[in-house]
Structures are given as structure tokens and as C-alpha cells.
Design a protein around this ligand. Sequence first.
Ligand code: NAD
Length: 483
Amino acid sequence: MSELRDAYPLFVGGEWRSGEDGASAVSIDPSTGEEVARVTDGTGDDVAAAVDAAAAAAPGWAAVPWAERAAALTTLAARIEEDAESFAGLDVVDAGMPIRGSRRDVANACTYLRYFAGLASELKGQSIDVPGTSLDLTLREPFGVVGRIVPFNHPLQFAAAAIAAPLAAGNTVVLKPAEQTPISALHLAELAAEVLPAGAVNVVSGGATAGSALVRHPLVRRIGFTGSVRTGSAVLCEAADLIKVVSLELGGKNPLIVLPDVDPEQAAELATIGMNLQRTAGQSCGSTSRVYLHDEVHDQVLERIVERFEQLELGDPRKETTDVGPLAYAAHAERVRAAIVAAGEEGAELRTGGPEAPEGTRGGCFVQPTVIAGVEDSMEVARQEIFGPVVSILRWSDEADVLARANALELGLTANVATNDLSAALRFARGLEAGYVWVNGRGQRPFGAPFGGWKLSGLGEENSLGELLSYTRTKNVNLSGLA
Ligand code: NAD
């Protein structure tokens, strides 16, 4: 059973292993501020030990036929499901995710493993037509050791997604979860060791020191990073020395553009669901946190968004009825509160929520679902990713103008347009500079639909066949007879 423990070593080479210098940190329950467990603050030496274990396991795992690798990942998904409620409980305590949302993350974790297991038969090359007695073909080969680094907002789901494609492609993995929420990834590694060879999945907890050591390690030729633009940029620079292959899933400040033909109730629903408040308290890269309401419907839609935000139950993530839990850690909650205060100082209007801790939640990292209206594109609240339960409301009246405003930021992760007008939907879908565009989207991201940011929001794609193939490198083999 994946029950919480008091202390967590690292998981390396198929077993629990103490950190090289005994450095430890404390994981905090963000709904109470109390200590959950002691965790290891991984060092460069710890990362080196994990990479050694992964490198030792790599040739054997690459030699396992793809169908057997796929079967192992499917078994791992089934084992997680058997223990689903315990797994869901881990992220409730360690990340503050409401229990209903956490169950969905567990289900998604299993689907990621099954999805990439199902694609494993696509790991094949091509033959190139050559006249005469030659033959030219390509092979897809794994990199060996893959380094994956993930953020704090979907701890188990991201850990499972991070190992799924690299393992299916025949690589072994060293995973570094976020320092704020490492526990479910460590439990996942322990379970993985029951169905995969020792060293196939290694987890080193810790922060920037461990992350940077993983990126710089010479045996790690492929890095998959999910996190902020700032860290992603640092990762890309550090990986440049050894010309490593890097994919980056980074931040967003995503627009939702509401056209005047939309029913205000439906528009408010899209705006509320689009913030991903109910799973992550708005700590979601895909949240549509810049909402552009057409002049003709602005007031009606805004009023209903405020109503919907006020209906959400904020509180203990263990309670079945809770909609919105705390943010994942205290310093982040402080940053979000400061952004709300700064928006007021810039002249925006606080319509509901605000920076004060809600009644009865002292000691926790709670921030009220907050609607800020009268926002201008030049304000920081419209320019910076807040990564919390804060939505900015802006006005528009001219289509070309709003499209230019939506595209003006250097970020380009997701975008949503709400309309019943098919022609307008297509114009916006074509015109929006983002890697993932919804028309009347409710945050859905079907498996197989490629996800990846444009501009500063990322490099590469995930959640697709493209992701699986990106964990292989192409080798061309040209064969000729001597006769
Ligand atoms: P972050 O960049 O601070 O940290 C992400 C991870 O990087 C953590 O594991 C952290 O320990 C590690 N790290 C820190 N410094 C490092 C370094 N120098 N070298 C290597 N690793 C290092 O991000 P965060 O605050 O944890 O997460 C929030 C950000 O993640 C937001 O910007 C959000 O939009 C983004 N995000 C993007 C996606 C996506 O799919 N595009 C998904 C989730 C979150």
C-alpha cells in the first residue's frame, strides 16, 4: 500500500538508498503548514549514482522486445489502479490537491502508461528506395539514460507521464520531481521496481542542485523538462555544451476570447473551467487566465463568472465536497497574493476574492478564487503567468485588434475561442499563436492530441506519437553488396 511514511530516501537501482551526504528537507502539507515527511535533498553525487544505475540497466531494457516493454508498462498501470485510493491520498497531503481531482490524476497516470504502451509497435524505421543492389533503411534506437524533471502541480500524473514514453522507447529514466511535492513519484518508483528491471526508473528528490546535475551529466543525452520559462531557458543553456536533445514544456498566459454570439452562462462556464480551479487551484500551465470579453456581452459574462467563482467551495482537500484546495507551498501563495495586490495598484478592479487568507484557513496556503476586471494588456497581471486562482478580465470590440493583443505576449501555450460562428472560429484558430487551440474548450486534452508550446512556452511536443519518437534517435543504415 502506498501509505505515507515519515522519511523518504532516494529510489535508485531498484531500492531505497540514503543520500550521499545525508542532506534532507521537509515536505509540508499546504493545507495546514504541518510537516508531512522528511525527504532527501539530492546532491550531484546522488544524481551520479542514479545515472550509473540507469546506465547499467539501459542495454538490458533496450534489448527487451517492444511488446514485453509495453506489457510491463500496462502491468504497472494496473498495479497503480489496485492502489488508486492510496496514491490519490498522497498528492492530497503533499500537494494540497482536492481528493476528487487527485483521483483523476491517478486515472490519467494509468492512461499515460497504457497510451505509450499501446504505441510501442510504432517504434519502427523506414526503408529508402535505392536503385541497384543497395538497401537503405533507418532504425530508431533509444538514447540510453533519459533525464526528466517535472514541476509541482500534478505530481503523480507528471511522474507517470515522464517515465511512460522514454521507457516504452527502450530508455531508462532518472526522474527529478519538484522539491515541494516529491512523495508520490517516490512511491511510483517503488512500485515500478516490482514490474520493471532494477534501475529502469530512478527518482532523485531535491531542487535546482539535483536538477542541474541531471541536465549536465554526460551520460544523459536526452532531457525532458516541464516547468517555468526561466528554468527551462537555463536547462537549454546547460544542455548546450554537450549538444543534448532537449524538450521543454513551459509556462503560459493563455487567452480565452469570448465572441458576442455566445450565451453568457456558457461563456462563464468556459472561463471558470478553463482556469482549472478544481484540480489545481489554477496552478495549471494551460489555464486561460486572460479572458477577453466582447463589449456587447462583457457585463453579463463578467457578472456570471463572479457568481461561479463565489460558488466554489474552498477548503480542506481531503473533503469530498471541496472544489479548490490550497496552493502547493507557502512562498508560491505569497507570490500569488502579491500579484493580486499589484493588480489593484495598477488600477484593475477586484471583483471577487482577493489577497486575504479566507476565513478558517490560517496556516494553510489558501488563496481565494479571484476575478480581476478592468485589466489592460499593459498591466503585469495580464502579462505574467500567476499560476494560481486568479483570472484577468479584458474587453474587446475589434477582431483584428483582439487577435493581435492575444498574440502580443512572447508566450504561446494554449488559447481558447468561444463562439457558435464556425467561420470566426476558424479565423481565430488559424490566427492564434499557440501550440494548442480550443474552440469552446473545457480544458479537454485527449490522449494522442499533441501538446507543446510556441514561442517561450516550449520546444517539442508531448502526449502524442511525436513524444514517443522523440525518445529515440534515428540511425541510417546503408547496405551494399560487394559484387
Ligand atoms: P520551476 O521551473 O521552478 O521548477 C520545475 C522543476 O525544475 C522542479 O523540479 C525544479 O526543482 C527544477 N529545477 C529548478 N531549477 C533547476 C535547474 N537550474 N536545473 C534543472 N532543474 C531545475 O517550475 P515550477 O514553479 O515548479 O512549476 C510551474 C511552472 O511550470 C509554470 O510556469 C507552469 O506553467 C509550468 N508548467 C508547464 C507545463 C506544460 O506542460 N507546458 C505543465 C505544468 C507546469
